[in-house]
Ligand binder design. Structure first.
Ligand SMILES: Nc1nc2c(ncn2[C@@H]2O[C@H](COP(=O)(O)OP(=O)(O)OP(=O)(O)O)[C@@H](O)[C@H]2O)c(=O)[nH]1
Ligand SMILES: [Mg+2]
Ligand SMILES: [Zn+2]
Length: 251
């Protein structure tokens, strides 16, 4: 979804036919979209966010030159301490964090402001409130929403396909189905470059992976509390997984 095309009017039927698909600015596989400016990663109080998934969505966005923005929804169900923790963990990693409640209409106009003159996509787990946020943004949108399954605390996958909405003020915004699986497809050695909070630190070795090496600026920053420890520990896990995959492929 999201391709720009050239059209030609068919002389016989007066219908328009696609004559050419124009080159893509970028493309990601989950959600499957092209030519986007920003990825709005939605997390919420319930279901509890899978932070590994959030990391991977951020990496994929950065890797493809797409701005990652975190939307923390259902703030009506969170304490200020919980909100602050998410903010301190992710604010160095994303362009912006927006704290919303689709239920109480909180910060919906701020969210809409961020969408102006951009092509954006909502992404995240099922039932975090992606469709609810869209419904709150514009009264012409009427996406189906659904409750959380009480038994398994998982969403019911209410949205089944990508839909793009064209709104005033040059807003193009897509709703997408929720998902919980995502595999990174980059080399382990490229991973650190998708962590903006690592960029300010220097290490003894120029190709430092920031995992086992001595005199590592990143590890030191984690120790003195300048880089969020949870984000770093998950980075090491992502790194190991990618390295195992790479080693398997080439042994
Ligand atoms: N308390 C609270 N509930 C919300 C909020 N936003 C959405 N919900 C509820 O969360 C449930 C799921 O919302 P949806 O908008 O369907 O979630 P979704 O992310 O589109 O889910 P999928 O389409 O399955 O990916 C619904 O019952 C909503 O009413 C919020 O800000 N606060
Ligand atoms: Mg939905
Ligand atoms: Zn290092």
């Amino acid at each position: 979804m999201g391709d720009n095309v050239e059209l030609k009017k068919d002389d016989f039927s007066s219908n328009y036919v696609i004559t050419k698909v124009l080159p893509r600015k970028n493309e990601i596989v989950r959600p499957k979209v092209t030519n986007i400016d920003q990825l709005l990663i939605v997390i919420s109080a319930v279901p509890k966010p899978d932070l590994y998934l959030v990391d991977k969505l951020i990496v994929n966005a950065i890797l493809n030159n797409i701005k990652p923005i975190l939307v923390l929804n259902k703030t009506d169900l969170l304490t200020q301490t919980e909100i602050d923790e998410y903010v301190s963990e992710f604010s160095p990693a994303v362009e912006q964090i927006i704290l919303t409640s689709a239920l109480n209409n909180k910060n919906i106009s701020e969210l809409k402001e961020v969408l102006k003159n951009k092509t954006s996509v909502f992404a995240g787990q099922s039932a975090v409130g992606k469709s609810s946020l869209l419904n709150a943004i514009d009264s012409s949108i009427n996406q189906a929403t659904n409750i959380l399954s009480k038994k398994v605390e998982r969403g019911k996958h209410t949205t089944r396909e990508c839909t793009i909405f064209v709104l005033d003020e040059n807003i193009l915004i897509a709703d997408t189905p929720g998902f919980s699986m995502l595999e990174l497809s980059l080399k382990h050695s490229e991973l650190a470059s998708c962590y903006p909070e690592f960029a300010d630190y220097t290490c003894k070795f120029t190709n430092c992976s920031h995992t086992n090496e001595q005199h590592c600026g990143v590890k030191n920053a984690v120790e003195i509390g300048e880089i969020n420890k949870n984000r770093y520990l998950r980075y090491v896990e992502h790194f190991k997984q990618l390295k195992t995959k790479w080693d398997k492929q080439y042994d």
